[in-house]
Design a protein around this ligand. Structure first.
Ligand SMILES: NC(=O)C1=CN([C@@H]2O[C@H](COP(=O)(O)OP(=O)(O)OC[C@H]3O[C@@H](n4cnc5c(N)ncnc54)[C@H](O)[C@@H]3O)[C@@H](O)[C@H]2O)C=CC1
Ligand SMILES: O=C(O)C1=N[C@H](C(=O)O)C[C@H](O)C1
Length: 268
């Protein structure tokens, strides 16, 4: 019997699910004890050793309750409706729930609150070290520059991405708004089209590009009169998100119940 922490990966067959399984198994710090997919998915009932060539003996299940029963953490990069269901079950089992899922609306976030009263949740729209550093830099630059500098967050992702702006773009927009001491909800400009009128001073704009296999690129543009400052992160490998998620799962062990961010995990 292994002494390593048991980790469940939900959305096992997904782009991130597969990366998470490989990262956990290669880490030597934890083991994949269960893998969950949605009912009806072709992977349900299959051994990971057969479908992925790693974690032999782990049979993909569509029963999260059973999967969570013997684990210490769950890495969840799926979809908002699934994530809120997993949060309730993870709280019952007192697992650390690492949530990478983006596109969460207010009603989804509200459903995390009762779960966070009983268990540790670490949630971030981006789990990479570089992006979380960029968030801190964005807050600082926004603090230093006044509203004569227009802030625009520009992101690019692969053609399969279903939500926009990206979770990362929203984190960056929030950081810029915090730096300026304003509420993002009041100054956010999303999806300009047609005769929009001139740009409002102090607003924070968002633009989303979707195409090909782009892993994830984010620019925060501060556009002033006669000069521009651009902060940029480019992801070339999904392993950066998986490494952050595993770090969060290990960090969360023994912490008091509550919702935490990657900034907490990284000590920023
Ligand atoms: N926070 C971060 O660092 C990152 C977050 N993401 C986010 O992670 C999410 C997933 O991204 P991808 O892996 O690219 O998507 P994907 O579509 O490749 O994978 C999602 C997986 O979740 C599964 N799923 C959906 N509902 C389920 C349910 N009820 N039970 C079990 N499995 C279920 C799907 O079958 C699919 O295999 C997205 O919201 C994305 O934005 C992606 C990369 C990094
Ligand atoms: O869907 C993706 O792929 C990604 N999603 C996250 C987001 O919405 O920001 C993180 C990363 O950019 C990749």
């Amino acid at each position: 019997m292994s002494e390593l922490p048991n980790i469940v990966v939900t959305g096992a067959s997904g782009r991130m699910g597969q990366m998470l399984i490989r990262t956990v198994e290669a880490s030597g710090k934890a083991r994949v004890s269960a893998a969950v997919e949605r009912s009806g998915h072709a992977w349900v009932g299959q051994d990971l050793g057969e479908v992925m060539g790693v974690a032999k003996g782990v049979v993909v299940t569509d029963d999260p309750l059973e999967a969570f029963a013997t684990a210490q953490a769950v890495l969840d990069f799926t979809a908002p409706a699934a994530t809120v269901e997993f949060a309730a079950l993870a709280a019952q089992a007192r697992l650390v729930h690492v949530i990478g899922t983006t596109g969460m609306e207010a009603e989804h976030l509200a459903r995390l609150e009762p779960a966070a009263r009983h268990a540790v949740i670490v949630r971030a729209g981006n789990m990479s070290l570089g992006v979380n550093l960029l968030v801190e830099l964005t807050r600082k630059v926004a603090q230093a520059l006044d509203a004569d500098w227009d802030v625009e967050v520009i992101e690019a992702h692969h053609r399969h991405k279903v939500d926009a702006p990206s979770g990362t773009a929203l984190m960056l927009g929030e950081a810029a708004a915090e730096g300026r001491g304003v509420s993002l909800a009041e100054v956010s400009d999303r999806g300009r089209d047609g005769i929009t009128g001139a740009r409002d001073r102090g607003h924070i704009g968002f633009s989303a590009i979707r195409g090909g296999d782009i892993v994830g690129e984010h620019d925060v543009l501060f556009a002033g009169e006669g000069e521009r400052v651009i902060l940029r992160h480019v992801a070339t490998d999904r392993a950066i998100f998986a490494r952050g998620a595993l770090k969060a799962a290990l960090w969360g062990q023994g912490k008091a119940p509550g919702e935490y961010s990657m900034a907490d995990v990284l000590g920023f």
